[in-house]
Design a protein around this ligand. Structure first.
Ligand SMILES: [Zn+2]
Length: 244
């Protein structure tokens, strides 16, 4: 992605946070979006505990990628900041991270189940089953909890041999979803897609507990028409507002 000025990134991260609320993904104040400026060595994240309706772009807190300290801003950053930091440091290709407690995705996380790709909506956004992490240990929870959450996410993605941009979502067991993308806007879009896909999969399995994942050929076709080198879904870059 082209590097945005920090002021533009502020706007984008603020908009991504608002998009989560508009999509109904935020319960109380659970949820946060961030976006990184790797050239500037910082990421911007929602402050902790400020009601969404009172947030302004200026409230987004700048956090150092090098050590997690607050680089700019008067407010305390989201308590999930160490998880975001770990993910940015581990996955160099990602530019935005989102965490929510959206109900359908949380249900899968609480059941400790990965979400199988049962149809094309899933395939459009996630190139395979959306994985679930192992439960965190007591030591991890009682220790540097938010950083340990990031470590477990990264370990799960790496152990499964996944490209983080092809699988931009994970369920943290007994907790909820984290999503990411090339920037904060795409990370929020993936959080919205994940919630829809989680609800569809639960409804499908309620109707037919034996429903099978789609074939690799359908998964590949749908994923690649949106994301592959020959992508043809939507409008070409520069004409994003054209008719869909
Ligand atoms: Zn949480």
């Amino acid at each position: 992605m082209p590097q945005l000025m920090l002021s533009e990134l502020r706007e984008q991260v603020w908009r991504a946070n608002q998009a989560l609320v508009r999509a109904g993904l935020v319960t109380l104040s659970f949820g946060n979006a961030s976006g990184v400026d790797r050239a500037a060595g910082v990421f911007l994240i929602k402050p902790s505990g400020v009601p969404y309706e009172r947030l302004t772009p200026a409230d987004m807190v700048a956090v150092s990628l090098a050590d997690g300290s607050v680089a700019e801003g008067d407010l305390r950053p989201s308590s999930d900041t160490p998880t975001h930091l770990l993910l940015y440091r581990r996955f160099g290709s990602i530019g935005g991270v989102v965490h929510t407690h959206s109900s359908a995705a949380v249900a899968w996380a609480q059941a400790g189940r990965s979400i199988p790709p049962l149809g094309t909506t899933h395939a459009d956004h996630f190139h395979g089953p959306v994985p679930v992490t192992r439960p965190l240990t007591r030591e991890e929870v009682e220790g540097d909890y938010e950083r340990e959450t990031g470590l477990v996410i990264a370990a799960t993605i790496e152990t499964l041999g996944l490209d983080p941009l092809e699988m931009p979502a994970i369920l943290v067991a007994s907790h909820g979803p984290f999503t990411w993308g090339v920037d904060a806007e795409h990370a929020a879009e993936n959080a919205i897609a994940l919630e829809a896909v989680a609800a569809m999969a639960a409804a499908t399995l309620a109707l037919d507990p034996g429903a099978e994942p789609v074939g690799q050929y359908l998964l590949d076709r749908h994923y690649n028409r949106k994301h592959g080198p020959g992508a043809y879904y939507g409008q070409p870059a520069g004409n994003a507002k054209g008719p869909q």
